[in-house]
Design a protein around this ligand. Structure first.
Ligand code: PLP
Length: 400
């Protein structure tokens, strides 16, 4: 067994972990100090190079930065393009599909992050049929149920790899295999997995992968990524498009889109350069630490936390088995307990976590988290329950 990582090595690079107990990485990962330098570099380039900056990296930034995040998922060079967020990525992919034939089903689960549902529901007006497989106890969707729903009429399976509420790690391998058998596409949303759970797009043989950088990648907002397998890429002709996706953007041709080759064909307008550049220190640090090491540390810490919480009478919402779980633990509260009040009370003590309705308190360590921080969180939670001091932090619904 390899030695576990040492969080002290990485903590120095994240200013906020010296100030708070930062356990909210499933929502917003801590900012690496290197972001200051990158964004300053971006501003310097703009200030001193002016319009020349486009040819000196800005125009190519969606693909160049995509190549860096692509390394974390073992994507070949040139197969990842950056976009603003997952919602626009799913819309672009949806706009590439033809729902007019009998193969028009969109299959996912009711545990998907809702933004994805809002996008796909919108394609019903173009003929999409939505099949949403319901979660059972704690929102867990049995893999067999999901596989049964993927049939010869399925066009695409846009699926969360790790579910945001219960941290359930879907069996992406089984889903990809089933989809391949019946000729359906898979668009795996790895927002809640990439950076804490190993993802290898080539081993999975997955068609498409997307996500954002706000959470486990510590890359901040505005830096979504889209991987598409090269053979699938060549067939995609998105209706959501623009000049950055054109084969010769600076020829300013008139008429219909003439798509570029490779990942560029999925672009639309001018790139959000600052957001992409600002995400690089997060990606580079994940590559430096190594996702296998991050996963081992995450499982080690979450198992210690789970044991302590269960000792203290708390239940876990979602999988107890760490091999079925992403990087987050969701702690169940009692029906009379107010989750947001617990979150506010913990924040007063410098402990940052969050709460999701019908699930519980979400808590997540990362590679800069120490074991004692998690155990302190468990004790603080226990004390709030025992002394009922969370009741001092209840706010009227209208003011929350
Ligand atoms: C699995 C998953 N997908 C997508 C999103 C967010 O989507 P967007 O990038 O459009 O804001 C989240 C955010 O919490 C998420 O957890």
């Amino acid at each position: 067994m390899t030695a576990l990582l040492d969080p002290e090595v990485w903590r120095k690079r994240f200013p906020i972990v010296g100030e708070t107990t930062y356990l909210v990485n499933h929502s917003l990962g801590a900012m690496p100090e290197g972001v200051y330098e990158r964004l300053r570099g971006f501003a310097e380039q703009w200030a001193t190079r002016g319009v020349r900056a486009w040819a000196e990296g800005w125009w190519d930034s969606p693909i160049d930065v995509g190549n860096v995040v692509g390394k974390i998922m073992n994507a070949p060079e040139g197969t990842v393009a950056m976009h603003q967020n997952v919602s626009i990525i799913q819309s672009i992919i949806g706009s590439s599909l033809d729902f007019s034939g009998p193969r028009n089903k969109v299959v996912y689960t009711d545990q998907n992050f809702p933004t994805n549902m809002y996008v796909w529901e919108g394609f019903k007006r173009f003929g999409a049929r939505i099949v949403s497989v319901p979660g059972e106890a704690d929102g867990l969707v049995p893999t067999e149920r999901l596989l049964e729903a993927i049939d010869e009429e399925t066009l695409i399976v846009p699926l969360s790899h790790v579910c945001f509420r219960n941290s359930y790690l879907q069996d992406a391998q089984a889903v990809c295999e089933r989809a391949r058998e019946v000729g359906a596409l898979v668009l795996l949303d790895t927002y809640q997995s990439l950076g804490t759970v190993p993802v290898d797009v080539q081993a999975l043989g997955v068609d498409m992968v997307c996500g954002g950088s706000v959470k486990w990648l510590c890359g901040g907002p505005g830096a979504g990524y889209l991987y598409v397998r090269p053979d699938v890429m060549a067939q995609l002709t998105p209706r959501i498009t623009g000049w950055a996706g054109h084969a010769a953007p600076f020829a300013f041709e008139l008429g219909e889109q003439r798509y570029a080759e490779g990942a560029r064909r999925l672009l639309h307008g001018s790139p959000a350069v600052a957001a992409y550049v600002g995400a690089l220190p997060g990606y580079e640090t994940v590559l430096e630490v190594g996702v296998q090491a991050i996963r081992a540390w995450s499982v080690h810490l979450n198992e210690a936390l789970r044991a302590r919480l269960e000792d203290r009478g708390f239940g876990i919402f979602g999988p107890r088995d760490p091999s079925l779980r992403g990087g987050t633990l969701t702690v169940k509260l009692r029906p009379d307990e107010d989750g947001p009040a617990f979150v506010r009370a913990l924040e007063r003590q410098g402990i940052l976590v969050d709460h999701r309705p019908e699930a519980g308190i979400r808590v997540s360590p990362h590679y800069y988290t120490r074991e004692d921080e998690l155990l302190a969180f468990a004790e603080a939670l226990f004390e709030l329950r025992e002394k009922r001091t969370w009741t001092e932090h209840v706010q009227a619904a209208a003011s929350y």
